[in-house]
Design a protein around this ligand. Structure first.
Ligand code: 0A1
Ligand code: ZN
Length: 861
């Protein structure tokens, strides 16, 4: 008898090298849905054509269904067979019409892939391989088809019927049902298919494109949420205008619809002409959404919209090319967001995100190249590496080319590959051709995993200075030896006495294991500013003194480099204290005071610059992470900063108080105020809790309210219980705000956070069936370093218990929660052993999904 564990231990591995063009193409497909939550009938008519000279049968992917009928050229056949999950149909000619019929059960679909029910409505999610859960089809991104869709449904339950493309016709049927047809003239892969049937209200708008076409826009939500859709609609119009102006890309259909649903595995999905969103990235009003939420909504709306060109008009040949669309589209949405507010602050946020999510991934058991070589389950590869490191690769090529040439290169790419399924190589080749540069060695960025480490030493003698650079790319799973990469480093020197620039900024293309760069004619001792703007996604180790870092934090003319110098100074201080118990806080206190007193700085920038590195980022700098020592060191520094700069924090707290407005200036003040409140609380000031509670009660917006709650929840005052209750009661019918209530508690810096979270898993409002809720509690908890890594292993056990339970419902979302357990080698032997035991328990769970199996087994290697 086949042992289930043995069969799981031999998972099917898909390899990039094994790519072969499809045997059959499907130029056209017509789908007919008889929709109902309990049972939906799907009839599919595929025009198929043989691709090349071969005699292989047609193979259609399916998952979990059996065909009710199969016909070829209008005649029912029964010589088909099921192999694994594929429907295999023998065909003799060069072109045929295949019809199949299946029945699926949306209301029982808890995986949220394929056709499923959310909040009483029906919707789809097909990327990456969800379409095969709807009907039999060659479910791979290089099969592009023109889709026609017909839907029939009960009109009272589902008055709105939407699909990709443009609406064609609609009408009434007997027995309370109605129908609608949609047609999408642009050939697309199955992962971009979408339909929605529901009881939805719409916020309509319109956009006139650069060639004068009028596009009708619609944001569809439940009626009671309609008032929360203006921000998303506005962001959509800004994004459409931006893509025309910055990339020359115009929208191509007559309608563009967005639907918000509460149950969604990821952030949102770029289905052609019918984006489907997690409602957290659509719904906002000042009372329920923070500034962070507003910014994220604009970024995600833009991201999905930009996919219309970078993803839909040009799609991916296979899933190994995922970063072709995702890296480029993230780069595009980052540019859009930078243009809406402060470019410097946006860059700081993006780098912080990269360091929080991608650097640890690249340093652990799940590290993979931006263009992976193999996978077991593609959903596990929607990672920070594919998205965010992928965006950094595009950014580096854009810097090497310069802005005008980069635009010419993207024009060439869009022009040459429009309507096709392309590869990362196609993209790089366009950069190379338009830029007239050789990117041979640069391509290593797609192939080699791991974050390069650069050591930079500046030696100066008289008027001459030598910058010595060395690079090392650490080994990652399956890649022990790495070749040197091309690192575009922006470098500039400043005079230590005068505080002024000694050189122009230079873009150094550092592409060897070791190199030296000479600077001549320097009038005074130089201070090194390197990797300005975070021009390369690397870790720079330099021997700059605390004094030089403090100097740069005050004088560098690149705001990112100023921030970076301050972070380095803080990190050096915190690591010295966590590892060696040395706590000399004077340098940091002086630099923070100096930044707070610099009236010329934007408050949003100040807020970023004075914030201490996170506990996990401090841990990333240590040979062995010691969560308790890190927490103590960080708290001690926070307390000293709070006490010594009390007057400055109170001044910041009083600054810019005004009725709510969503402007970059008002946002900056709010951000700085919430940082100041945190420092006042850390100082132990007697009035800290009252101050926070007063802000909590007086707030006319969620940013101030949540900021105050966050501060209270990490403190000892009983006011925290009162605030949590008020918050809960006020928002008990708002799922997105309740997520915040769970999340704030999971992230709290308290001795009892583990116990609080364990109790919250039994709260009546907690459910694993909703991915946002699961992430808000369990995901946030595992990001809380001190709480999650409790020495008794209780945090690990909690995560594993929840993950195993979630896997039965929703493997994709469960697998996304696993990586914190995989970081075990970064911790001491006792913790590492406890994490390993939980991973082993997960792998031994009967009926485990391949999603979780892949993540857990790789984490055990
Ligand atoms: N392409 C989407 C992300 C996405 C991927 C998979 C999904 O399946 C559940 C959903 C969304 C994006 O980049 O926004
Ligand atoms: Zn995307």
């Amino acid at each position: 008898m086949l042992d289930i564990q043995t069969s799981l231990a031999q998972p099917i591995v898909i390899r990039r090298e094994a790519y072969a063009a499809p045997d059959w193409l499907v130029p056209e497909v017509a789908l007919d849905f008889a929709l109902a939550a309990a049972a939906t009938r799907v009839r599919a008519r595929l025009s198929v054509t043989r691709n090349g000279a071969h005699d292989r049968p047609l193979r259609l992917d399916g998952a979990g269904q059996r065909p009710l009928s199969v016909s070829v050229d209008g005649v029912a056949v029964n010589d088909w067979r099921i192999e694994g999950e594929e429907l295999v149909v023998p065909l003799t000619g060069a072109a045929h019409v295949i019809e199949t019929e299946v029945e699926i059960a949306p209301e029982r679909n808890t995986q949220l892939m394929g056709l499923y029910a959310s909040g009483g409505n029906l919707c789809t999610q097909c990327e990456a391989e969800g379409f095969r859960r709807i009907t039999f089809f060659p479910d791979r991104p290089d099969v592009l088809s023109v889709y026609s869709v017909r839907m029939t449904a009960d009109k009272a339950l589902y008055p709105v019927l939407l699909a990709n493309g443009d609406p064609v016709e609609s009408g009434e049927l007997a027995d309370g049902r109605h129908w609608a047809t949609w047609h999408d003239p642009f050939p697309k892969p199955s992962y971009l298919f979408a339909l929605v049937a529901g009881n939805l209200a719409v916020n309509r708008g319109s956009f006139t494109t650069m060639s004068g076409r009028v596009v009708e826009l619609g944001i569809w939500v439940r009626e009671s949420d309609l008032a929360k859709t203006d921000h998303a609609l506005h962001a959509l119009k800004l994004a459409m205008e931006w893509d025309e102006r910055v990339y020359g890309r115009e929208y191509d259909l007559d309608v563009f619809n967005i639907v918000a649903v509460d149950d969604f595995n990821f952030g949102a999905m770029e289905n052609k002409g019918l984006n489907i969103f997690n409602s957290r990235y659509i719904l906002a009003d000042p009372d329920t959404a923070t500034d962070y939420d507003y910014d994220a909504i604009a970024a995600v709306v833009a991201h999905e919209y930009f996919h219309n060109w970078s993803g839909n008009r040009i799609t991916c040949r296979d899933w190994f090319q995922l970063s072709l669309k995702e890296g480029f589209t993230v780069y595009r949405d980052q540019g859009f967001s930078a243009d809406q507010g402060s470019r410097a602050v946006k860059r700081i946020e993006d780098v912080r995100g990269l360091r929080a999510a991608q650097f640890p991934e690249d340093a652990g058991p799940l590290a993979h190249p931006v263009r992976p070589e193999s996978y077991q389950e593609i959903s596990n590869f929607y990672t920070a590496t594919i998205y965010n490191k992928g965006a950094e690769l595009i950014r580096m090529m854009a810097s090497i080319l310069g802005p005008e040439t980069f635009r010419a290169a993207t024009d060439l790419y869009f022009d040459r590959f429009d309507g096709t399924a392309a590869t990362c190589e196609d993209y790089v080749a366009c950069m190379e051709e338009a830029g007239d540069v050789d990117l041979t060695q640069f391509r290593l960025w797609y192939a080699q995993a791991g974050t390069p480490r650069v050591s930079a030493t500046l030696d100066s003698v008289g008027s001459r200075a030598t910058l010595t650079l060395e690079q090392h790319v650490p080994p990652t799973p399956g890649q022990s030896d790495k070749a040197p990469m091309v690192l575009p480093l922006r470098v500039k020197l400043f005079g230590a006495e005068s505080g002024t620039a000694l050189t122009e900024e230079r873009l150094v293309l550092f592409d060897r294991a070791r190199d030296t760069i000479i600077f001549e004619g320097l009038a005074e001792r130089p201070v090194l500013s390197i990797n300005r703007g975070f021009s390369a996604p690397v870790i720079v180790e330099s021997d700059r003194s605390a004094a030089d870092l403090a100097f740069l934090s005050a004088h560098d003319d690149d705001p990112f480099a100023r921030y970076e110098a301050m972070q380095q100074l803080m990190l050096d201080t915190l690591v010295a204290s966590a590892v060696h118990g040395r706590a000399d806080h004077e340098g940091v206190i002086a630099a923070v005071a100096n930044t707070l007193d610099d009236a010329g700085l934007d408050p949003a920038f100040v807020a970023e610059a004075v914030l201490l590195p996170s506990e996990s980022f401090i841990g990333d700098q240590m040979a062995v992470v010691d969560p308790d020592a890190i927490f103590r060191a960080r708290e001690a520094l926070r307390r000293d900063l709070g006490r010594r700069l009390d007057a400055q924090w109170r001044r910041a707290l009083a600054q810019g108080v005004a009725p709510y407005a969503y402007t970059p200036e008002a946002k900056g003040f709010r951000r700085l105020r919430s940082v100041a409140l945190g420092y006042i609380a850390a100082s132990g000031a007697a009035d800290a809790a009252e101050l926070a509670f007063a802000q909590f009660e007086a707030a006319d917006n969620m940013t101030d309210r949540q900021g105050a709650l966050t501060t209270l929840v990490s403190g000892t005052s009983d006011l925290r219980i009162a605030a949590l209750d008020i918050f809960y009661n006020r928002y008990s019918d708002n799922a997105l705000v309740l997520d915040k209530w769970f999340q704030v508690q999971a992230l709290a810096s308290r001795d009892d956070t583990g116990a609080v979270v364990a109790a919250l898993t039994r709260h009546p409002d907690f459910t694993l069936a909703n991915p946002n809720r699961a992430r808000a509690l369990v995901g946030a908890f595992s990001a809380n370093q001190r709480a999650f890594h409790a020495a008794d292993g209780s945090g690990y056990r909690l995560l594993a218990d929840q993950l195993i339970a979630l896997d039965r419902l929703n493997p994709q979302t469960a697998a996304k929660l696993l990586p914190p357990l995989g970081r075990r080698r970064r911790f001491d032997a006792a913790r590492s052993g406890l994490m390993r035991a939980e991973l082993e328990r997960i792998v031994a769970t009967p009926g485990l999904s391949k999603d979780v199996f892949e993540q857990a087994s790789k984490s055990l290697e």
